[in-house]
Structures are given as structure tokens and as C-alpha cells.
Ligand binder design. Sequence first.
Ligand code: FEO
Length: 413
Amino acid sequence: MAVELVKNIDWVGYVDWSVRDFHSFDTFRGATYNSYLIRDDKTAVIDSVKGQYALRQLQQIAEKTELSQVDYVVCNHAEPDHAGGLVSLMAHLPNAVLICNAKCRETLSAYFDIGNWNIQVISPDDKISLGSRTLTFVNTPMVHWPESMFTYIPEEQLLFSMDAFGQHLATSERFDDQYDLKTILTEAKSYYANIVTPYSKQVLRTLETAAKIPINMIAPSHGLIWRSNVSQIVAAYQDWAGGRYTPKVLILFDSMWDSTTQMAEAILDGAVQESNNAVQKSDNTVQKSDNVDVQLMHVRRTTLTRIATEMLDAAAVALGSSTLNLQMMPQMSSVITYVRGLKFTSKAAFSFGSYGWAHAGSDHLDRWIEETGWTRLTPPIDAKFRPTSETLKKCRDGGRLLVQAALEKTKSM
Ligand code: FEO
């Protein structure tokens, strides 16, 4: 059902309640593909939806206007979750001109047969008058793909931000003030961590541009529309793109026969103890609000999506793996491959793990820490078969180091 943003501007997207895997992103709350219909002297559609849902989008457009009345379809981003439906849209909207930038045209031509589409390539200086409203454009390369752009209506101070500021969240509500804000921000953070993090430099540039225009409402291509908490989501993006740490320690591990689990738990004990000590030192430099969030995650019991979300603003990380066939455990290997691609800012870290006759798991992780450019807090902590009491003490000491490093990194920001 179409939902009005402001007079004669409606949401006409698709809520995907059932999707649980969005190219490996764990969408356990579902997703939405947002599209918008602007009716003025001229009529424009902003973005499409996934290809298989295009007819549902067309039904929503048809509730509001004759399909032959649509003059423009704007493509802000050529990724198939927004452009897949263009094939149906351009076939069913006989008078529509597709508006996109040159890079987007090139990408669309690689995906689809666009020979019959009427395309107008625009540049950031172009404006398209719809009557009482004007479409203006801001190129935002690599937020999320090279062709990405924002569309902005100055008369409404309304920004169509495609992926930026989005969340994977299926709901019957459309606006940020109709749903639990903490959940929206959590999903926005997860979206940022798993999709946007590698492009944080470009995000900072985009935020500088966005700061020059007044924004009353942000209508992203995923999730809820920001109309009451615009400054909050923009500030959150400043923090995430700026690599701002929170006093958080993550202990990630995988274990074969419980030995590495025992080591992880000893690291946790040391970290929690140090965190509590830090609170008690509140007469010095560390205040109660500096209490450290310490989290233990078995990497085969959680998802890459969740790990990346927690990793985004964590200041210190311990990575643990038993040795298996002279390698680390396979899921830990997936974790570090995924995390490296996301290019998180440098963390303080160390590795740990048990082994039988030849140790390798913690060594591989130690090398990864060094190669990734993170700060190595201590050499690997190893245990032959079972951790001795001396090894567990080393683990607790390692936990303390993590907390100290997390507080230090957080203070310096
Ligand atoms: Fe939602 Fe980059 O596509």
C-alpha cells in the first residue's frame, strides 16, 4: 500500500518479510526495497525494487496514477535490488524517460538490454523541473557503487539517499518515529558495518556535501524513512565513517575440544575484572561511563553479519582458534577474510589457541593481525592440548590488556 511522505510524494516500494540472506548479509528482520512516486505537473518514480517484485511496485504506482502518466524514472543506483525492476518498469511505463548519470548508464547496459529505453544522462549540475518541485542530483561514488547518486528535492528539503542511511528491516511502518528507534539504529549500524564500511572515506566526503543542503527528511532505499531523527542518523554516520571506537572488547574464538573455549573464557574473566577495576578508578582518569563492553563470541554460533556489526566500533579484539590440520578452524578463516574486506579501522589485538603436536592456528591469526595493520598487544598465547593454570593466567592478563587498550584508544578519540 502506498504511503504518503508529503503531499503527492508516496512510498511505492516492496516489503520483503521473508528474505533471510541478502548476498550473505543475515537479514533476520527481513528487508525493504523503497521506491517513491512524485506527482506534480510531471510525474517521477525514484528507484525500482528487486526484479521479481517489480509488478507489485507497478500495482502501487497504478493506485496513484495512470502508468502512461509517468514521465521519469530516476535510477540512483544500479545494484539489482534497486535496478532489477527497471526492466519491467520501462516495459510498462510507455512514456517514461530513465534518468541516470553516465556511470549508471554504463552499468545498466552491462546488466540489461537497454536498447529500447529512453535514457537521459544527467550531470550533478542538471535540474529537472516537475512543476512545483525540482529534481537535483549529487553524485556519491562508492556509496555504495561507482555510479551511486542522491536525488534531492530542494522545495521539500527531501533527500532520496539510496543505500545510505538504510536498514534491512521489514515492518508495516514507514517512518522512524513509528518504530523502536534503538532497533532502527541497530539495523542501520549493521547495514553500515556490513555494506558501507569499506567506503567510509567516500561517506565522509558525501556527508560534507550533504551538510551544505538543508534536509528535512531522508528517504533511503532500504528500511524506515528518517523524518524525526535526521540529525541522529547523520551523527551516527559521522561516527561510523570516522572510525570512532567505543570502549568495547570482542573475544572471537572457535574450539575443537573445549581448550580454546577455556582460554577464551579466561580472557573474558580478565577483561571483566579489569573493566570493573576501571570503574573503581573513577577518581582518576577513568569515569564510570567508561565501563567496557566485553563480549565473547563463538564464531560458529553467530553470524558473520553480527560479528561485523559488533566489530565496527570495537577498540580491542582477541582472536582464538584451535589448530586443525595445521590451519586455523575454517569458520575463523571465514571471519578474518570477511573482516579484512570490510577494512575496519585498526584495533588492538592478539591471538590465542590450543594445539596438539604442532601449533598453527594462533600463529596464522597472529600473522593476520600484523598484516592487517592492527596493533599487536602480545605474542600468541598457546596451550598444548589443555591450558595449564599458568596459561590461563596469561589469558586473564591478556584480557586486562584488551580493556586497557580499549580505554586508551577510546580516550584518544
Ligand atoms: Fe541496496 Fe547497493 O544496493
